[in-house]
Unconditional design. Structure first.
Length: 253
């Protein structure tokens, strides 16, 4: 069993720590990129365990001579972890919408000294994205930022580029079927963030900034999205209140 990884945090997230007169949409800009690692560890329950599980699953599905894609690679944390555990001959590809995130990823990956061939590419997932010869696709808290009307098209494009017996590993914030439980789960999530040092002001202002940017689906909606658009089998491998991890694979052709 792999050990849970660690992340070297350089700067603490203070983006929403002071009152803002006008709160715009959340942006993955240079300011966010500089504190994103800290933001993820303090905002995403079991984030480091998620990374361990992503790497463990990827290690079993990655095939020599194929590509492993991290769709929404942000600062490159997952790609660096994969570089440490995957067998040689697998090519790593990181896609992100934010050029600032890719700059940070390049800095971290150059410092790490990557052993695998890799490429970092900028792309808008609401438009066309090129996927080919893929054994594994990772989308860790990424699909929720794609406009709902474009998600089906995106998953279809991804599935076309995934080889037989390949997989997609998807982690998302989700909505519950029951409205009462949904409220409780959100409350527990905000309690988690407070326990990790975020103030009520920070939580409230970030929630407002994300309101029109992060649009979660229900658990079953994501399952149907995967099974109706090119993948044959789907299972949930992780669940914490309003966070859910799926793995869906294609069968042998």
């Amino acid at each position: 069993m792999m050990r849970t990884p660690t992340i070297d945090i350089k700067e603490s997230d203070k983006i929403f720590s002071t009152p803002k007169r006008l709160i715009g949409d959340f942006s993955f800009d240079e300011k966010t990129a500089s504190v994103f690692d800290d933001m993820l560890v303090r905002s995403v329950p079991f984030y480091l365990e998620m990374q361990r599980m992503l790497a463990e699953l990827t290690n079993d599905f990655a095939v020599k001579g194929t590509n492993v894609y991290d769709m929404g690679c942000s600062t490159g944390t997952t790609l660096i972890l994969l570089d440490q555990i995957l067998a040689k001959g697998v090519r790593l590809v990181g896609y992100d919408y934010s050029g600032d995130m890719l700059v940070k990823a390049r800095e971290k990956m150059d410092k790490h000294g990557m052993q695998h061939e890799f490429n970092l590419l900028q792309a808008d997932f609401n438009k066309d994205v090129h996927i080919e010869n893929a054994s594994v696709i990772i989308m860790n808290l990424t699909l929720q930022f794609v406009r709902p009307l474009q998600r089906e098209s995106l998953i279809k494009q991804i599935a076309k580029g995934v080889n037989a017996n390949g997989c997609i590993i998807l982690i998302e914030k989700v909505l519950s079927q029951d409205s009462l439980l949904n409220r409780y789960f959100i409350k527990y999530y905000y309690d988690f963030k407070e326990a990790n040092g975020y103030s009520k002001l920070e939580i409230s202002q970030k929630r407002e900034a994300l309101e029109n940017v992060l649009i979660p689906y229900r658990i079953q909606e994501n399952t149907e999205l995967l099974l109706n658009n090119g993948f044959d089998h789907c299972e949930i491998f992780f669940k914490w209140y309003n966070f859910c991890g799926y793995i869906a694979r294609k069968g042998a052709k």
